[in-house]
Structures are given as structure tokens and as C-alpha cells.
Design a protein around this ligand. Sequence first.
Ligand SMILES: Cc1ncc(COP(=O)(O)O)c(C=O)c1O
Length: 520
Amino acid sequence: MSFRGHTVEPSAGSTATLEDARSHLFNDRTVERYRESLRAGVETVAAKVSTTTRPFTGTTPDRLAPEISGIDLDRPLGDLAEALAELEDVYLRDAVYFHHPRYLAHLNCPVVIPALLGEAVLTAVNSSLDTWDQSAGGTLIERRLIDWTAERIGLGPDADGVFTSGGTQSNFQALLLAREEACTALAAAAGTPPAKHELLPKLRIIASEASHFSVKKSAELLGLGMDAVISVETDRGRRMKPEALARELARCTAEGLTVMAVVATAGTTDFGSIDPLPEIAGLCAAAGVWMHVDAAYGCGLLVSPTRRHLLDGIERADSVTVDYHKSFFQPVSSSAVLVRDRAALRHATYYADYLNPARTAERRIPNQVDKSIQTTRRFDALKLWLTLRTMGAEAVGLLFDEVVDRAAAAWEILTEDPRFEVVTKSQLSTVVFRWLPPAGPSRDLADEANLYAREALAASGEAVVAGTKVDGRHHLKFTLLNPETTLDDIAHVLDLLAEHAGRYVNDRTAVAPELCPTAV
Ligand SMILES: Cc1ncc(COP(=O)(O)O)c(C=O)c1O
């Protein structure tokens, strides 16, 4: 039998024995194998991390894909040491290392060791956080962390929430709850309650033009379509303009549309800007509209010893997204959605006879599945628990403060560097900028040169930076989440970027002299 070039042996020819297969199961008889296997894995990773000098090797899909597709998954190596050696070639050698101080690209943080321990523990015990009878204490630990986070936000005594796989899912669930609340209110207000499909076309979500794309995706998944998201203008600091929000709220009312939610972003992905939460909360309260705060990035401020005030107003939200795997230095995945009124979570509840029959709720047996859009669910909360119990919340906040300070210093450096143009100063830890070709016709090459510089830098493996478009122009972006990144690292990366971009412009002007400043 052949599939995609591999010959698949019929199982009759297999050399596997049941006894051997059973020796791989983790149980009381195999703890020694478990110890040895994890020790070997930990040693492999530790050796790798201690000798990694660049965040990336610069490999390409073309180079790496044959290594992976060439592996015959129907012929096991049968030996952990060999599997780990192979892993070096297919994964560890070319992985992108977020712990490296010159990884400056996306919202990926280096991770704290207590959380890594949590990850190892939670996968070994393998609790599933849907029902009490699959988790017991895990359910209560998650609930404590939700309560702790809700308290930090200031959501009040009726708050609740649940851990999710990430900000995208948290935003989706928050907007699902908002949609259901809006439909319930519309149905109650109508003499004859309309069918849901009649209501959906009238629903709108308002978010700033700098909000995360998961808001639009959620609108699509919720049956509203992406066009149901109204993007409102931002100011020079890339923060939602309250007067523009007020205008859109009034326009929707005048046109007979229902705004089911306003999404305020506390930490936009590109600019690290925080929408004016108190003003938005005031407008939402006056209009009776659900306020969701996407604090996927900015949630680290909840534990900041010096900057908590930047989130003032978040306590008035109806729902909040927090991504511990962005600014709490937690491994992927670790996120939560929180709501002011736990009753709203009923929209995610379904009583299944085999799992969480209504009688378990009547007996007040704690079940997280009643609040979640997932069923089987990882015990991600354990990582945060061990982090708080080992190093404490303030230590996490100090780490986040450090990267915010570093971004401010990087912004200063860029404003004084004539090779670059820098966009707005972030309230968090991003820096958006672009290299500027010398004045003259080669200025037209700015977009291409910045795109080229980013790719050439990644290909060299020296550093990884992100890119984005600002007002239609290609820019470069640092997302600083690593307190180990120094200003020297930043200055070095800027030199490398300028070098790559300058070489691109020189090469292009050599073949097209009309682009050369001296040819004018
Ligand atoms: C503001 C914001 N919200 C939501 C998300 C989505 O989070 P996740 O990638 O965890 O799904 C991101 C991701 O960068 C983000 O920056």
C-alpha cells in the first residue's frame, strides 16, 4: 500500500507487541521510564537553549519540508534517544526561540520556569477541566484564578469566567455572550419575538481600526458577517476616538441597528495603545451596550507595580479577555474570558446526559464545562497557579514593567536616529518604525527596502522582527517581551536592518539609475 510516496506495511507484518506497547503507558509500573524519558527530554532542551546563539537559523520551508516529509511515520525508531536525536533535525535545530534576546517579533514571551513545571505536571496527570469527575481540585484551582483575575480587574462580586485556548477564543466567547444578550433583549422588547435569523442582520459590533482581527472573525463565525464590525477612527496615539464612537452609536440607533458590543482594546497588537476605557465605558452605559475589553496584551498591567492605572475603566467592562501567554510570561496556551455577571455564561451551557446533566448543577457540583465553549479542556490554569505560588504576581509585573521601559527607551533611540522614522509611542512594549532611503527618487523604494530588510534579517538568523502596514505603508515592528533584551541588542538590530535595507536600495539603483539620488 502506498500513500504520498510512503509504503505502508499491513499491520500483520508489524513487529510491535502488546507487551511493548503497554510499557509506554504512564502508570505506577512505568514511573522509572517516565523519569528517564523526561530527564532525557529536559537535558536535550537545556543543552539546546544553553548553546543557542541566534533566535533562528533562517531556514526556509523548501529546505525543511523534505526533512519532515521524508520521515516514515509507519516505521517507528523504537528508541527514545533516537527519536530525540531526530527531533533535533526536524524541530529543535530550526525552531524560533522566543527566549533569545534578539527575538523581537510577535507577541510571544519568554516563559517562566514555574509555568514550565506546571506544564509538565498538568500533562502527566492529564486532568480535563470540563467536569468535576475529571478534574476535582483542578476545577477549584481554575476557579480561584478566575476569581483572582476578576478581583484584579475589579469586576465585582458576580464576576466569573473560564480559561480558554487564547485571545481569539476569549474574544469569540465574549462576543457570543454579547450577541445572545442582545438577542434576548430584542426578543423581550418585541410583541412577537422574532426568530434569531431575523435579528442577526441588524446586529453591529463597534471596534477601533486598530483592534485585533479576531473581532472580525468572531463576527463572521457568529453569523453576522465581517461587515457587521464598524471600525471607528483612532487618534494620533492609535486610541479609539470617543467622539467617533459616539457618532457611530447614534448613527446605528438612527438606522434601527442594534450595537451588540463595543470592543475596547487595552493594548493594540501593533501600537500597544490602550483605548480610553473610562470614556468608552460611559458611552456604553448611556447606550445600554455591552462593553468588551480585549486586554489580551495589556493584561500584564494588572500586576504592574507602577502602571496599573493605565487600565483604569476596565472594571466597568461587561467582559474582558486576558492572555496570560502574552504578558504573564506563560507558555502557550493560557488565556481567559471574564464576565461581570456570571449569569451571561449560561449562553455557553448545554446539559449533556453523559457529562453534565442538569442534576449536577442542581447539586452545585462545580463544572467548568457549563461555562466553556470547549468540552475536553487543558488544565492551563496550573501554570499560572505555580507561577503565582512560586514567584508571585508582583514579580511577573516587574518583568512586564521592564519591557515597557525598554520599549520607551527604544523609541527614544529611534526618534534620534535619522535613518529611521518612528510611529507613535507605545503605552506598552511595541515599537513601529521604518527605514528611510536617502531623500530623492529612491524614497519610492522605502516599502520594498523595509520588506527586504525584515526578510534578510530573519534569513540571517541574527534577529527576528515583525512587519506591519501603517496607513498603507510597510513598516517594521519590535514587540519587546523579553526583559533580557538590552538596548545594545536593539541598537545592533537597527544597524543590521539599516544595512540590509541600504544594500537593497543600492542594488536596485545600480540596475535602475533613475532611482539613484545622484542621477537626478
Ligand atoms: C489585542 C489582541 N487580541 C487578541 C489576540 C489573539 O490572541 P491569540 O493569539 O492568543 O488567539 C491578539 C494576538 O496577538 C491580540 O494582540
